[in-house]
Design a protein around this ligand. Structure first.
Ligand SMILES: Cc1cc2nc3c(=O)[nH]c(=O)nc-3n(C[C@H](O)[C@H](O)[C@H](O)COP(=O)(O)O)c2cc1C
Length: 128
């Protein structure tokens, strides 16, 4: 069943530094190899103090991946914003794109309240 999963989390590294940028690149390059082998597509958005990832694929593949991402100590405070069945992919060409939105600050205490629409709007800004 084609499923889209959206979550937010708090990076435990500083996305605005060269080291942080490297960490993001490492995450994305490992993700690309794995995701392409499992038919998973999506995008990873990074602001100064927040991450959000959209993952699309078969729910049988997404659930175990989510468990690994949840356990990853490079971020914490993971909140699932949305997980729903979809009829088509939005990021069909992307095994895992990274987009940074350094200006878009999300207060940490709001990370859990952010809506799927807000993430979707940020995704549009970042990918257009
Ligand atoms: C923000 C974030 C997003 C990630 N996205 C993916 C992803 O899309 N695909 C993937 O295979 N790993 C992703 N990872 C890496 C996984 O958390 C994990 O490190 C990787 O799957 C290896 O797992 P293992 O060490 O248990 O084998 C992500 C990690 C972070 C911190």
């Amino acid at each position: 069943m084609l499923t889209q999963l959206v979550y937010t989390s708090r990076p435990r590294f500083d996305v605005s530094t060269p080291d942080g940028r490297l960490t993001l690149e490492e995450i994305a390059s490992a993700a690309r190899i794995f995701n392409s082998s499992k038919g998973i597509t999506g995008v990873l958005l990074a602001g100064n103090n927040w991450l959000s990832q959209v993952l699309e694929g078969d729910s049988k593949e997404l659930t175990p991946l989510l468990a690994r991402i949840l356990a990853d100590r490079r971020h914490d405070c993971l909140v699932i914003v949305e997980m729903r069945r979809v009829t088509e992919r939005r990021f069909g060409q992307w095994t895992m794109g990274i987009r940074t939105l350094p200006m878009a600050e999300i207060p940490i205490d709001r990370l859990g309240d952010i809506t799927a629409e807000e993430i979707s709007a940020l995704t549009r800004i970042a990918t257009d």
